[in-house]
Write a protein that binds this ligand. Structure first.
Ligand code: RFL
Ligand code: PHB
Length: 406
């Protein structure tokens, strides 16, 4: 067995692992990333598109923002359309200057991968059987196989950035771990096309036929989503059927502006709210999707991963600067407070904008009654400036919490 060592071992080269690695390296903290699949496979996963200002600032702090700042599009507002009635949420005006950046997860990941390669930082792609050991001790380590050889990676800390299906969360004993979960009775069918977006800003639309989202990646690339039953398969949806259904769900004047074209990607994602507590166990930290999942309705998944990264990066930097290990005990509390805010917002947006009438019971209510409560909720929040501000504040992202000094 080959033995290697580093200060922080990172499992997973998704956005969480790559961003954490880049930030730590800039502070002189060595790290090695172990990734199960190839870099191209990671880049093939089309996911989020909206970055909060806090995320964008963190990417700048990591020194990887050049392309994001040049090619990302700043959005000062977002629209919610309920049965054809459109309401603009003036993000910038209502929050006193905050906005979001439209720049795909794939692009951020590519920029981080390029920066990591240029800095000569080590990543083991196609690392199999990654397993953390002795995470409660001062000498944790990982074992894995790579290129036909077995490895042992000695480290001070392990960052579990390995997504929802990763190995890190399972390392926390079941009697210590509490998992909270709500699986929604529908999924999102997403379609990407090289056609100009139908509107400058995003439109979240609710109609009697279900939810639809008009999003984008650039002035020439659009991204759309439809609420679909969990029983639907991607093969059931031709491009033509997708475009037709989308136009029925968007407000009429927007539907007229939809430019259709062949899909370059089409997939169905289930919707889930999930939180694992705690997010730290000994010298193992869970980061991003490894610890929590939100339904995509609030555009929070990737952004919550970024706030975890910010907290862990600041904590580990202090531990190495001061030699004081007490800082690590703050991680779970700081991360989870923001996670639960994001979870609640995403759950609330999902409730307000989707059709639940097929669901037998939601919060103990039958589908029809739940629908009426949510209709009233939308009516109330969207017709009040205070209500719109509540949405705006959360959509642009709540502030990151500071680490307490000793
Ligand atoms: P990721 O991106 O899942 O990366 C985890 C990485 O860990 C690797 N891995 C392992 N490596 C080594 N050993 C193991 N045992 C491993 N197990 C896993 C994986 O191969 C992978 O490369 O998690 P990360 O970095 O925390 O980033 C989180 C974001 O990716 C996620 O929050 C968002 O993409 C969520 N999400 C969406 N968020 C949005 O804001 N808007 C969206 O439209 C949106 N769409 C999505 C999504 C998540 C999806 N998932 C997870 C299925 C659509 C989908 C389909
Ligand atoms: C996307 O563009 O993929 C996207 C944007 C906003 C969301 C979810 C997904 O809330």
């Amino acid at each position: 067995m080959k033995t290697i060592q580093t200060q922080v071992a990172i499992i997973g080269a998704g956005p969480s692992g790559l961003l954490l690695g880049q930030l730590l390296a800039r502070k002189g903290i060595s790290n090695i990333i172990l990734e199960r699949v190839t870099g191209d496979y990671v880049l093939g996963r089309i996911r989020a598109g909206i970055l909060e200002q806090g995320f964008a600032d963190l990417v700048r702090e990591a020194g990887v923002s050049e392309r994001m700042d040049a090619e990302g599009h700043v959005h000062e507002g977002v629209e919610l359309a309920i049965n054809g009635k459109r309401t603009r949420i003036d993000l910038k005006g209502l929050t006193g200057g905050d906005e979001v950046v439209c720049y795909g997860q794939v692009e951020i990941t590519r920029d981080l991968m390029d920066a990591r390669r240029e800095a000569g930082l080590e990543t083991y792609y196609e690392a199999s059987g990654v397993q953390p050991h002795d995470v409660k001790s001062d000498q944790p380590y990982l074992t894995f196989d790579h290129g036909g050889e077995s490895y042992r990676l000695d480290c001070d800390f392990i960052a579990g950035c390995d997504g929802f299906h990763g190995v890190s969360r399972q390392t926390i004993p079941e009697d210590i771990r509490t998992e909270y979960e709500r699986v929604y009775p529908f999924g999102w069918l997403g379609l990407m096309a090289d056609t100009p977006p139908c509107h400058e800003e995003l439109i979240y639309a609710k109609s009697e036929r279900g939810f639809a989202l008009a999003s984008q990646r650039s002035p020439t690339r659009s991204r759309y989503y439809l609420q679909v039953p969990l029983t639907d398969k991607v093969e059931d949806w031709s491009d033509e059927a997708f475009w037709e259904e989308l136009k029925k769900r968007l407000p009429a004047e927007i539907a007229d502006k939809v430019v259709t074209g062949p899909s370059i990607e089409k997939s169905i994602a289930p919707l889930r709210s999930f939180v694992c507590e705690p997010m730290q166990y000994g010298n193992l930290f869970l980061v991003g999707d490894a610890a929590h999942i939100v339904p995509p309705t609030g555009a929070k998944g990737l952004n919550l991963a970024a706030s975890d990264v910010a907290a862990l990066y600041r904590i580990l930097t202090r531990v190495y600067d001061t030699g004081d290990r007490r800082y690590i005990e703050q991680y779970s509390e700081i991360a989870l407070r923001r996670v639960w805010h994001g979870e609640r917002f995403s759950w609330w947006m999902t409730n307000m904008l989707h059709n639940f009438d097929q669901e037998v019971s939601n919060n103990g209510l039958d589908g029809q009654m739940f629908e009426r409560f949510m209709k009233s909720e939308a009516d109330y929040f969207l017709n009040s400036e205070n209500g719109r501000r509540v949405i705006a504040e959360q959509y642009v992202g709540l502030p990151y919490e500071e680490v307490k000094e000793y």
